[in-house]
Design a binder for this molecule. Structure first.
Ligand SMILES: Cc1ncc(COP(=O)(O)O)c(C=O)c1O
Length: 385
């Protein structure tokens, strides 16, 4: 057989999967590894999908997504952050933020165009840029700044090939939340160098101290920002595969062309469920956020008691404790923790080389499991001394 695409053949698989494959073979493991809510999708949202099925809604939708869903998203964004997107041509329903990110990069980039991304970051960013023919230029979000990127480092990475800067707060894997001043400085850099901004705000509703700042609300940002968001995290809807992209009409219309040929549309019953989520799901969403907030304090306190330095994450549902004091690399730490104490966590290096020294622990798991995991981690760290 002739060889498959060289680009794909040599592309490394996601570092997260390795651990999950091992964990799935083991008994009695407490997993802090998975980045998805442990809640089942709230009943009213499931019921909306059941009703949609019962009414025989089993067809394709418009390639853009159901107009009703685009309208409620548009209204929601206006009420939430004052942003006005035309639901007819500036909001596209995608198969999760994952598809939205892929479409954005394929739409914005010519071969060799550079996108500045901040590491440690979600595993798909670099891949989406590179598989779209672009070059991912990474800038480190440093521990000393509680993992919020220094805008000066972004500016220093700009070249005449830079096309876009990718921003993602609250952050996976660190839980960092950027303040308004930092985000404004990033926007100013984008304006100065005429760059697009891609803002993945999937954790915007999971912020524990203060308010989320949506990037396109900042001066100069709206006309150059592709806003990506979805239902997976805030409404515990990972398996439904629903997200959306909102942004400049020309960009969204061109993203739609790729989506039309490659995806056709997001699943209709998931779209109907998403309408219910956005219209009536605020209380369920808030209940879950409050519960994550409670768990966040328990897990961070636990790491500190175990002797691991851990900053208090402001959002998402991840803690990112530092394990350097143990003398182990983050990969060694996770391996030993898993095999000797049956707790699964993800080495920081799965999110970029500068994640070394830290591990990602999801607290989207029950308090009981968090307490058990912390007890085991304490025993593990004490045994290393
Ligand atoms: C930062 C971030 N963006 C995007 C995604 C993917 O989201 P979706 O389920 O909407 O494709 C994830 C999932 O973990 C994530 O953490």
């Amino acid at each position: 057989m002739k060889p498959i695409s060289q680009t794909v053949e040599h592309y490394p698989p996601s570092g997260i999967r390795k651990f999950f494959d091992i964990v799935s073979q083991m008994d009695d493991v407490v997993s802090l590894g998975v980045g998805e809510p442990d809640f089942v999708t709230p009943w009213r949202i499931r019921e909306a999908a059941i009703n949609s099925l019962e009414r025989g809604r089993t067809s394709y939708t418009s390639n853009w997504g159901l107009l009703e869903l685009r309208r409620v998203i548009s209204r929601y964004l206006e009420g939430y952050s004052g942003l006005c997107y035309n639901p007819e041509n500036s909001v596209l329903i995608t198969v999760g933020v994952s598809e939205g990110m892929d479409l954005t990069m394929r739409t914005l980039l010519n071969p060799g165009d550079e996108v500045i991304i901040t590491e440690p970051c979600y595993v798909s960013y670099k891949a989406c840029v590179e598989l779209a023919g672009g070059k991912a230029v990474t800038v480190e979000a440093k521990k000393e700044r509680d993992f919020v990127v220094d805008p000066k480092d972004i500016e220093a990475a700009v070249t005449d090939k830079t096309k876009a800067v990718l921003v993602s707060y609250p952050s996976n894997p660190t839980g960092a939340v950027a303040d308004k001043k930092t985000l404004r400085e990033i926007v100013d850099i984008a304006v100065k160098h005429d760059l697009y901004i891609v803002s993945d705000e999937i954790y915007d509703r999971l912020v524990y101290d203060g308010e989320h700042v949506s990037v396109p609300t900042l001066p100069g940002a709206f006309e150059r920002t592709v806003l990506l968001n979805g239902f997976s995290k805030a409404y515990a809807m990972t398996g439904w595969r629903i997200g959306y992209a909102a942004g400049p009409t020309e960009v969204i219309k061109n993203m739609m062309k790729i989506h039309q040929y490659t995806m056709l549309c997001a699943p209709i019953n998931a779209q109907n469920a998403a309408i219910e989520a956005i219209v009536n799901g605020a209380k369920d969403r808030e209940d879950m956020r409050r519960e994550y907030g409670r768990r966040r304090r328990v897990i961070v306190k636990g790491f500190r008691e175990a002797g691991l330095d851990c900053f208090m994450p402001g959002g998402a549902f991840y803690a990112f404790p530092n394990v350097e004091s143990t003398g182990l690399t983050s990969e060694e730490f996770c391996e030993k923790l898993l095999f000797e104490h049956k707790v699964a966590a993800v080495p920081g290096t799965a999110f970029g080389a500068c994640g070394e020294g830290n591990i990602r622990c999801s607290y989207a798991t029950s308090i009981e499991d968090i307490v058990t995991a912390i007890d085991r981690i304490k025993a593990f760290v004490a045994g290393l001394k």
